[in-house]
Write a protein that binds this ligand. Structure first.
Ligand code: AMP
Ligand code: ZN
Length: 113
């Protein structure tokens, strides 16, 4: 499958990996939208949030646990951060392998654009 995030997970293409375990990989976003902008992906290929099954519940929970751990390590846990997953093109999804954006280090506005 020609999936750029599967390739990052398999270490077939370069990324600045900041955390990995058996289930997930976290790395710097190539085009950061905040002073801290990391992506957390499952190693398992899941195309969009619409493709999640109940089997994936613990995996998605783990992504959030890793996000809060990284936020603490990056020093943005107290100032505030956002964890976002875009689903499908209308929401801004451009890479079709689910990923959580971890954004912080600046004030965020609401609602998002
Ligand atoms: P989304 O628009 O929600 O699908 O997010 C995809 C994100 O992946 C964007 O923020 C891109 O900047 C980022 N991205 C795309 N290719 C790479 C890559 N090779 N390494 C790191 N980040 C990437
Ligand atoms: Zn993939």
């Amino acid at each position: 499958m020609d999936c750029i995030f599967c390739k990052i997970a398999k270490n077939e293409i370069d990324a600045t990996v900041i955390y990995e375990d058996n289930e997930v990989v976290a790395f710097d976003d190539l085009h950061p939208q905040a002073p801290q902008h990391k992506l957390i992906i499952p190693r398992k290929h899941i195309t969009t949030l619409n493709d999640l099954t109940t089997e994936d519940e613990s995996l998605v929970g783990h992504i959030y646990t890793v996000a809060k751990q990284l936020a603490a390590e990056l020093g943005i846990d107290e100032s505030g951060y956002r964890v976002v997953m875009n689903c499908n093109a209308g929401a801004g999804q451009t890479v079709f392998h689910i990923h959580a954006h971890l954004l912080g280090g600046r004030a965020m506005t609401w609602p998002p654009g």
